[in-house]
Design a protein around this ligand. Structure first.
Ligand SMILES: [Zn+2]
Length: 63
């Protein structure tokens, strides 16, 4: 198996629930420098670089 296609699960930083396909979510990102701009599959990039991932439920509680 190619590692590139391995599934990565996005989970909510607050409740730990998995973000499912087609589910909206909120992510807090720091803008990386242009030299370090992440490139790749979106969920992998997010898992690696996100400061915080919130599912819709937790978002409505936190805001
Ligand atoms: Zn949550």
């Amino acid at each position: 198996m190619l590692d590139f296609f391995k599934e990565v699960n996005l989970t909510c930083s607050n409740c730990g629930r998995e973000i499912k396909e087609n589910e909206p979510f909120t992510v807090t990102l720091k803008l990386p420098s242009k030299k370090k701009m992440p490139v790749g599959v979106l969920d992998k990039v997010l898992v690696k670089h996100a400061e915080k991932i919130l599912c819709t439920q937790c978002q409505s509680v936190c805001v």
